[in-house]
Structures are given as C-alpha cells and as structure tokens.
Design a protein around this ligand. Structure first.
Ligand code: ZN
Length: 166
C-alpha cells in the first residue's frame, strides 16, 4: 500500500465514521456494526501501510547518510591514473577503489590482486581491471617492487655462482 492508498483508506474510514455520527435517522445495531467493521478494516490497512512507510523512511535516511559519508570519503581519495586510492600521509598506498562500485553505487570497495602484479579484481562486484597500479610505499608500485626483488635475487645468484678469488 502506498501513501495515496493509505490516505484514501483513512479518508474512507473518516467518511464512514462521520456518516454514522451524523445519521439523521437512528441506525439499527446491525448497520452500525457493519459500518464499524468497515472503518476498522480501513484503519487496520492504514496502520500496516504506515508501518511499511516508516520502515522505508528509515532505510532511505540510512542510505542518505551512507551516500553523504561516501561522498566525503571519495572526495578525500588520491587520484592516480584514473583510479582513486585511499590516502595515507597524503599519498596513494595499496590498491585503488573499484571504479564500477564508485560509479554505480557510490561505494568504496578496495580492489584485490588477481594473479599478476597489475591485475586486480573487485571483491564485491567481481569486475576485473588490468593494468592497475598498486603502491607498496609512497611512489613505489607493486610491479617496481617485484622487479627490484627479482633483480636482487639474480644479483645474489650471480655472486654465489661467480668464482672466488683468493
Ligand atoms: Zn566493484
């Protein structure tokens, strides 16, 4: 039942109650009881509709509050290459927020790595993105860090393999 149906039912109940009150001839008990039953039915429906509207109103208020908070959070994010990152000490760290969740629902959902260093997936909507830059430290991408570690590993292997000069 929507607001218009609830108002219409309440209006009908009022009209019926008024007709009983203003009746110029005395009504018999059966007629009064029938009209009271109709009034009660209309009021009961209106009460149910009111409860549903109160619940809907509470849900809408919660959504408005969530959207306002999300707007503040999104506004504070750091934009790098079209992706939005949560700020840490004024710089982008970690994975960015899912662009699909931001655009469609104004929700900040941080992407997670999905295989390779620059592949990411949204844990919420399951959208996949590539390439996505992830920062392990200020200005240091996950891919840079991976390449640095590989180079370090190779250097260590080369040192071990090199003949020792005594
Ligand atoms: Zn998403």
């Amino acid at each position: 039942m929507d607001i218009m149906a609830m108002l219409s039912g309440t209006s009908t109940a009022i009209t019926l109650a008024k007709a009983v009150k203003d009746a110029e001839v005395s009504l018999d008990v059966a007629t009064i009881k029938a009209q009271m039953a109709e009034i009660l039915s209309e009021l009961s429906d209106a009460k149910l509709a009111q409860a549903a509207l109160l619940e809907e109103n509470a849900q809408l208020k919660a959504e408005v509050a969530r959207l306002a908070a999300a707007g503040d959070e999104i506004g504070a994010m750091v934009d790098v290459g079209g992706y939005k990152y949560e700020p840490r000490d004024g710089t982008a760290i970690g994975w960015p927020a899912c662009p699909a969740c931001l655009a469609n629902e104004k929700r900040v959902t941080i992407l997670v790595q999905n295989g390779k260093a620059e592949d990411a997936k949204c844990p919420r909507c399951k959208s996949e993105f590539s390439p996505v830059v992830s920062f392990v430290a200020a200005g240091v991408t996950r891919k840079d860090e991976e390449l640095r570690r590989r180079a370090e590993g190779m250097e260590r292997l080369n040192r071990l393999a090199a003949p020792r000069v005594i």
